[in-house]
Design a protein around this ligand. Structure first.
Ligand code: 5AD
Ligand code: SF4
Length: 441
């Protein structure tokens, strides 16, 4: 979502004459768009700020104007005052819900000469105030991100998102469809719908009622030229029947779902305030696989949540063995200031977290390798996103987001083709072009 937000900040600033540059050294303004989800992400912000300060001094010594340094995103939201205390040379601090006000903030910072801080949750919705996208962001312009929902009211014990992104809100259906149409008009063929709790989507459908994510994806699938739709990140609690059925009925929905479970232990799931059990998760996956037998799952895991015993960790390992994931992200629990889990007793020692993470990641890596190996010998629909590295080679992405390389002519870039997968490398697949047209799914 930060990639999407950064592109929208560029859109907001364009009318003021700002345009992207290749290197921060050349910039009149640098905005660090930050993440607060784990401690390590936050630490990076302060070390990066130190580098930017030095860079600005060197620029000024070389005779350039003083550049503006801004911190945006969730670290700004959560630690605005601390940023100004630790890095007083920062000019602007703005939370994720205020970036539509950037032009006014830049003007205020220039006028006042001292730091401007905007970390309220404004009553107006930023999406109502953002200009239309200049060009879709992310890899080339064949695939794009589109934020449809933001914020979270779930308050998992470990998570800062409800505090930094704020309460859950969904964009109206028409606003999402209009943005999607503009993307498709500019060549996009695959859209990833974004939201911290994307399957809790309940956008106004224009008649006073609200639409579900299943209904929204059905509307999106009708846009001519839009071949593929994805959504992330989903919560098991919001995996409603109509969304599961959509995976059977809507050919544009890709058979790859990121559905974080965090832990396989009911005790820890309860401590995490996740609102479901491990068996309920197994049941959702079972129903998804019934609806769409080729669906692959990815997940997030946290090891070492306060109170996690060996037995709890073993329950997580067992859940992973039972489900079989195509890919996953796994993390050591990182205490976040202000969250309930941070203050709980029975914090797990660092060396125990390290060991559990290594064990879990070894299993997940095995499963990912097995998943990729199983694809060798199959036929896959590949969206060609550009040229490969070697002459005559094309590069595309599979339904499961793997990069796939194969030989073929340039004029196929942007189309979806049938490719026989012939080999797998660590992070990509190799194939042979079979047919120049493929169905949408
Ligand atoms: N410590 C470790 N991992 C966390 N995540 C969120 N908060 C924390 C935390 N305090 C992980 C969760 C979430 C992903 C985006 O980041 O697994 O799904
Ligand atoms: Fe954080 Fe996701 Fe839990 Fe919301 S549902 S609190 S975003 S982990």
């Amino acid at each position: 979502m930060n990639v999407y937000d950064s592109a929208r900040m560029a859109d907001v600033l364009r009318p003021l004459g700002y345009a992207p540059v290749e290197r921060p050294e050349d910039a009149d303004m640098v905005i660090l768009n930050t993440c607060h989800i784990r401690e390590r992400a936050t630490e990076k912000v302060f070390s990066e700020l130190g580098r930017l300060r030095k860079m600005r001094e060197e620029r000024m010594q070389a005779g350039h104007d003083r550049s503006i340094i801004a911190v945006a995103g969730c670290v700004a939201q959560a630690e605005g005052a601390e940023i100004l205390a630790r890095a007083p040379f920062v000019d602007l601090v703005l939370g994720p819900q205020t970036y539509h006000r950037l032009p006014e903030m830049v003007a205020r910072a220039a006028r006042a000469g001292n730091a401007v801080i905007e970390t309220d949750f404004p009553v107006e919705q930023k999406f109502d105030f953002l200009p239309e996208q200049a060009a879709p962001q992310s890899q080339g312009n064949l695939t794009a991100f589109l934020t449809i929902q933001e914020g979270c009211d779930k308050f998992c014990s470990f998570c800062v998102v409800p505090y930094t992104r704020g309460a859950e809100t969904s964009r109206p259906v028409q606003s999402v469809l209009a943005e999607a149409r503009r993307m498709v008009d500019s060549g996009v063929r695959e859209i990833s719908l974004l939201g911290q709790n994307v399957n809790a989507y309940h956008g106004d459908d224009g008649s006073g009622a609200s639409a579900t994510l299943a209904e929204l994806t059905a509307d999106l699938a009708k846009i001519p030229g839009l071949a593929r739709v994805r959504y992330m990140t989903s919560h098991p609690r919001d995996m409603e029947d109509d969304l599961i059925a959509a995976h059977r009925e809507n050919a544009a929905l890709m058979p790859f779902l990121h559905l974080p479970v965090q832990s396989g232990s009911d005790r820890i799931l309860r401590a995490m305030n996740r609102g479901h059990t491990a068996d309920e998760y197994r049941d959702i996956v079972h129903r998804l696989r019934e609806a769409r037998p080729d669906i692959a799952l990815s997940s997030d895991f946290i090891v070492g949540h306060p109170g996690e015993t060996e037995e709890d960790f073993e329950a997580t390992m067992q859940l992973v063995r039972d489900i079989g994931f195509a890919s996953a992200y796994s993390f050591k629990y990182s205490p976040r200031p202000g969250t309930p889990a941070a203050g709980q007793p029975m914090q797990v020692p660092e060396d125990v977290k390290d060991r559990r993470l290594a064990e879990l990641q070894a299993l997940l890596r095995e499963q990912q390798d097995a998943f990729n190996a199983d694809l060798v010998g199959t036929m896959q629909d590949i969206l060609i996103t550009g040229r490969g590295r070697l002459p005559g080679q094309l590069s595309g992405r599979s339904p499961y987001l793997q990069p796939v390389h194969f030989d073929g002519p340039d004029h196929l870039i942007g189309s979806i083709v049938k490719v026989a997968i012939t080999a797998r490398h660590t992070n990509s697949l190799r194939g042979t072009l079979i047919r120049e047209t493929a169905s949408a799914c």
